[in-house]
Design a protein around this ligand. Structure first.
Ligand code: SF4
Length: 414
């Protein structure tokens, strides 16, 4: 049994049940979903018309799900890789096709990002930028474990949260370094071989970089091993590169090929099409659920359709039997309009899902009164939460019977 397996948090039966697949993949007792997708052959050529490729994805998804079920519940063997193009490569191809009429997220801008002549709400072209990547010691215990969460931070975002706690990377689309799929795969590969328990795709926002991330995952499923030159090129943005980590293939292989749980750490503003691709690749989901059903997502984040989009995506992954935990950030003056309905919705729709009710809000980006970027219209959130607001948020969670204490208060119980 590994140190990760011995974490006390696994003694919690709800955590054990809700994150069972993730734990098995993290410990390399099961192959990650992308490895399963690589075993399923296509019947159509990858240069077929996009609608035909979607039909092929729909046809293969039940086959994938049955194979996943057999591996997950019956311990069935993974089986050989597909001869020729696989479902994994179909995911990569479809994400690339979507880029030409971008509908990665609910803005559904329909701009051709590959041409870089028109831009959508995220203002991005075809390029993806990584601000930093490292063994994250600050994620929830189930994700940071003993060796850290293998976190890759992308720049830019499709929302405009005035209080963004990562405003330096989410509001500056030119922050960080341009990366291609091989550079991203090299980062993920090294983090995992150095012992990270997962590959944590995060931003800014990750959905807007879907094509690059899926390209990297497809490479990792095709026996990618970075060259020395590729590692050297990626290293300057690795913020913990001056620390020593023992890289060992045993940390990240299943049947002698790369293996790691893929973690989708996102604002959950994806389209149904993006969800169909991610369903086949993501082993564990970490959605933010911030705003209630009123106007707060518009006034604080300039984001319409927030409630219906995020709740629909949450409902989907729950119905699909996916592993997940939800994060909710308590915001000053927004306990009754945001925290209460968010927690009530979770309790009504997925009471068995662990929730992190987070109290670390601080005024940042456009609502920090000490900053030159401060905008007075955000005065209502230009302070930390009071103790009373935090107590009230926890009281809502308790009154709804949510499973939140073992994740929210884990540092106090270590
Ligand atoms: S990722 Fe979202 S915001 Fe960006 S162009 Fe595509 S649909 Fe628009």
């Amino acid at each position: 049994m590994t140190e990760f397996d011995r974490l006390r948090v696994w003694g919690d039966p709800v955590i054990r049940r809700r994150l069972g697949w993730y734990r098995e993949v993290a410990a390399n007792r099961r192959p990650a979903k992308f490895r399963i997708a690589a075993t399923i052959p296509l019947e159509r050529a990858l240069d077929a018309a996009e609608p035909d490729l979607w039909v092929e994805l729909e046809r293969l998804t039940p086959i994938f799900l049955e194979r996943w079920r057999e591996i997950r519940h019956d311990g069935a063997p993974l089986g050989p890789k597909a001869q020729g193009p696989s479902l994994l490569e179909l995911c990569r191809e479809l994400a690339l096709r979507m880029l030409a009429h971008c509908n990665f997220c609910r803005w559904n801008c329909q701009v051709d990002r590959s041409r870089e002549t028109k831009f959508g709400a995220c203002k991005l072209g075809a390029g993806a930028r990584v601000s930093t990547w490292f063994h994250h010691p600050g994620e929830e215990l189930v994700y940071r474990g003993t060796q850290g969460s293998g976190t890759i931070f992308f720049t830019s975002c499709n929302m405009r949260c005035a209080f963004c706690q990562n405003g330096d990377i989410s509001t500056d689309k030119d922050n960080g370094e341009l990366v291609d799929g091989r550079a991203l795969a090299a980062m993920a590969w090294l983090l995992r071989m150095e012992g990270c328990h997962n590959v944590n795709w995060v931003g800014g926002e990750v959905t807007i970089h879907l094509h690059r991330i899926v390209e990297a995952i497809a490479l990792l499923g095709a026996d990618f091993t970075p060259s020395r030159e590729e590692l050297a090129r990626a290293l300057p943005t690795k913020s913990d590169r001056f620390y020593w980590f023992d890289a060992d293939r045993a940390n990240g292989t299943y049947e002698d090929a790369f293996n790691a749980p893929m973690l989708w750490n996102s604002n959950f503003f994806m389209t149904p099409e993006a969800m169909k691709i991610l369903r086949l690749l993501i082993d564990v989901w970490l959605p933010d659920f911030k705003f209630g059903p009123g106007e707060c997502a518009k006034t604080l984040a300039r984001t319409p359709w927030y409630w219906e989009t995020v709740t629909e995506n949450l409902r989907l992954i729950h119905e699909w039997g996916e592993d997940l935990t939800i994060r909710h950030l308590i915001m000053p003056n927004h306990v009754e309009c945001c925290t209460a309905p968010v927690l009530a919705w979770i309790a009504a729709n997925m009471p068995d899902v662990p929730v992190n009710v987070m109290d670390q809000y601080h005024p940042d980006t456009f609502c920090d009164p000490r900053s030159q970027k401060y905008r007075p219209q955000y005065a209502e959130i230009a302070r930390r939460c009071t103790a009373e607001e935090i107590r009230s948020a926890y009281a809502h969670a308790r009154a709804r019977g949510l499973h939140f204490e073992s994740i929210t208060f884990e540092r106090a119980s270590l």
